[in-house]
Design a protein around this ligand. Sequence first.
Ligand code: COA
Length: 321
Amino acid sequence: MIAFRCFRNDDPPRLADTWRCADLGPAAVQPMTSALLEACVFSKPYFDREGLLVAVDGTRVVGFAHAGFGPNAARSALDTSVGTTMLVVVVPHEEHERIAAGLVSRCEDYLRSRGARTLLGGGGPALGGFYRGLYGGSDVPGILDTAPAMQAVFERAGYEVADRIAVLRRALGRFRPPVNRLQVAIQRATRLSVVDEPPRRSWWEAAVTSGIALRRYVLANLAGETLGTATFWDMQPLASCLGVTAAGLLDVDIEGPRRRQGLASYLVARAMHDLAQEGVAVVETHVAASNAAASSLFEKLGYEAVTHGTMFARPVRAEPA
Ligand SMILES: CC(C)(COP(=O)(O)OP(=O)(O)OC[C@H]1O[C@@H](n2cnc3c(N)ncnc32)[C@H](O)[C@@H]1OP(=O)(O)O)[C@@H](O)C(=O)NCCC(=O)NCCS
């Protein structure tokens, strides 16, 4: 008899065990431990035990699913109007589909009870903020194609594809930043600084990067005005599991009026060169198919897709007249 309940304080070892037994594909940290879940999930200041749903068969935990929210526009608090079910983790079980469906529907109940009108499936940089370093890579890229069983859970629940996220990698062996007239002109007109453990720019950034080592490359003009930033982290503990010295590019952002002037190409290439000199072998980042500018930028810098993830959305039901 399967029963559902929300998270309890004595669950972590059983949830780690569930993660170890479930088929999450190669982009999930293994072996999972309670300590890793504590560091990347339960310790987040906005963790809500009622959003972490647990399925039990008798006394055995057989699955869990985690629902949460992203930040508001000012990144100063959660925006509970859009909610997502980030992961659905179920052990091999004869009632696998029923367990997964029950978890998703209880996650939806939780999200609606907090005010969500839009329901998504899959985590991402601006959604949930949990499992970074445990699932995906440089960030959580929705539900990965390497976990087709989890994608099928959302499809059976009536979700549709909202966006596709490419997981991009660029090996840094012998990487040299491009040298051309534009890049030389940018080099003369700017200053690039490297800030380890930069002050966090918002409550949300502080919350989702607690406990991880950030490095920010800041590009400024000669008057000291910031033109853009690129922020990396060491992708631990996932990078250790992959067996590479990796850096995850979390975000690159050029000030609006300064775009289309070659600045991102210059900034990211210089950062990649710097990281290569420190022994980083590969840089990974994610880009949504809907972000044409970033897709094109990374393609020009030699990044290639190694897999894709899907962000799902539940179609809004028409209200009866
Ligand atoms: C994506 C972003 C960083 C690009 O910065 P940028 O300084 O304008 O990029 P560059 O001028 O170096 O352009 C490099 C290439 O990217 C592509 N590109 C940049 N902006 C583009 C746009 N609006 N549409 C299509 N391609 C674009 C082009 O291929 C361009 O090469 P080209 O100018 O020779 O055609 C910038 O648009 C931005 O800050 N966007 C908001 C944040 C974001 O989406 N970050 C990426 C994900 S974290």
